[in-house]
Each structure stands twice: as C-alpha cells, then as structure tokens.
Design a protein around this ligand. Structure first.
Ligand code: SF4
Length: 79
C-alpha cells in the first residue's frame, strides 16, 4: 500500500533483492512473472485476475499504452 516500488516499501536495498526473495520464497508465483513486470503491479494483477476484475486498458500488455508503467525500470520514483 506504500507509494514507492515494492522493494523500496519493503526496505530492501534494490529490486534484485526482491526478485531473489520472490524466486526463493514464492517460487511458483514468481515464475508467473514471465515478462519481469514490476512486482507491485504484478501482484495486484494476480489479485485482479483471481477476482476476475479486468481494469487494464488493453487485452495485451504488448499493445498497451501503459506498458512502461507496468514493465519499466524500478529504479526511479514509482509511477
Ligand atoms: S501493460 Fe497494460 S495490459 Fe499489461 S498489465 Fe499493464 S495496464 Fe494491464
């Protein structure tokens, strides 16, 4: 629920630490993030899909105008 990238909200030193945490502690879930989506976006998307709530602008990430919001680098301020 924080305003920054998930790795920042969790107090981790960098995104890679969160990716390693996800890969070791939530392996099955992490393996579903095949496109290296930002972790917070990815987790919310999983919840939306589980509840069959579809709020995306596009049926395909590749064709979506928000692609950079969901898949862009997680080093600067969260968007
Ligand atoms: S890129 Fe677009 S379609 Fe893909 S998860 Fe983000 S908002 Fe949804």
């Amino acid at each position: 629920m924080g305003a920054d990238h998930l790795w920042q909200d969790l107090g981790l030193p960098h995104r890679r630490a969160l990716s390693e945490l996800m890969a070791t502690r939530f392996m099955t879930l992490a393996q579903r993030n095949t496109g290296d989506m930002k972790w917070k976006k990815f987790l919310y998307k999983q919840l939306c899909e589980r509840e069959e709530i579809f709020v995306c602008k596009s049926p395909s990430c590749a064709a979506c105008s928000d692609y950079d919001v969901c898949f862009g680098p997680e080093t600067g301020p969260a968007t």
